[in-house]
Ligand binder design. Structure first.
Ligand SMILES: Nc1ncnc2c1ncn2[C@@H]1O[C@H](COP(=O)(O)OP(=O)(O)OP(=O)(O)O)[C@@H](O)[C@H]1O
Ligand SMILES: [Mg+2]
Length: 246
């Protein structure tokens, strides 16, 4: 039983981050369909227990297009960007030591199993459109259906952000329904805030998690979205749809 249910306002997110960062982790099992060592755990602090996923860096499968041992950092960096948007799109995520050394720990949010993911990915909802903007900013290389997490409150979260923040355009997603369309006014406002934050605290935070070039490329993507005012189009140089898509 987790004490945290969405939507997670700022105090709830802060409390979850403290619990995730400082609580005692107990591994309950391994998620067998996951390609990396993804552990299903509980985390307990001062008598409060929540469920979480923990992905040890040591369990990351090497990838040809990302430096080894960096996926956990990319997941935490995506959380930082989501938090800076104020949109609450990624469950609270921290870097911490676990039973197999350092890794990322993320609050587990119970999914609404009644939601049809095939219909969800084609829908035009506020959360999904915001996730499309987040993905454009972090350059998400793997927004497949199973990386959308619909929860009982009706909100939709994004998970599994290990392959984000490449310097070249690698946006690979099922959420192309707004391609080439004008960004919403709220998205433009958020992008302006991200532009400022990347010159400030968010930029500093990301430079502790990513390379300087990757942070600079993130800032460039934000500025380019503001310049065009449009949702991005597929680059044509990289598969636009994740495989497998779900
Ligand atoms: N924070 C979370 N809350 C609820 N469920 C989650 C969360 N994180 C992961 N899951 C569940 O665990 C599954 C595997 O997690 P995830 O995709 O992050 O792992 P992975 O090792 O990167 O897997 P793969 O490489 O196969 O995509 C997800 O598809 C989802 O069902
Ligand atoms: Mg996954």
């Amino acid at each position: 039983m987790s004490p945290f249910a969405p939507p997670l306002d700022e105090p709830a997110a802060e409390a979850a981050l403290a619990l995730l960062a400082h609580g005692e982790i107990h591994v309950e099992g391994r998620l067998v369909d996951a390609s990396n060592a993804t552990l299903y755990c509980t985390v307990t602090l001062d008598g409060v227990t929540a469920t979480c996923v923990h992905k040890p860096v040591a369990g990351e499968r090497p990838l040809w297009d990302f430096p080894d041992g960096t996926l956990a950092f990319r997941e935490v960096a995506t959380y930082a960007v989501s938090a800076a948007t104020g949109w609450d799109l990624v469950p609270p995520t921290v870097l911490r030591d676990g039973p197999y050394g350092p890794g990322m720990t993320q609050l587990w949010l119970e999914a609404d199993e009644t939601v049809d993911l095939f219909a969800l990915v084609r829908s035009d909802t506020v959360d999904l459109r915001r996730i499309a903007v987040l993905d454009a900013v972090v350059n998400n290389g793997d927004r497949k259906g199973s990386h959308l997490l619909p929860v009982p409150s009706g909100r939709v979260y994004g998970i599994d952000h290990g392959v984000c923040f490449a310097t070249e355009d690698k946006l690979r997603t099922l959420l192309w329904q707004w391609r080439g369309e004008p960004l919403t006014e709220e998205a433009l406002d958020v992008l302006r805030r991200l532009d400022a934050a990347l010159s400030d605290e968010l930029g500093e935070r990301l430079r502790r998690l990513l390379s300087r070039r990757e942070v600079a490329a993130t800032h460039d993507r934000v500025r380019s979205l503001l310049r065009t005012g449009l949702h991005p189009l597929p680059s044509g140089e990289w598969p636009a749809i994740p495989w497998p898509p779900f």
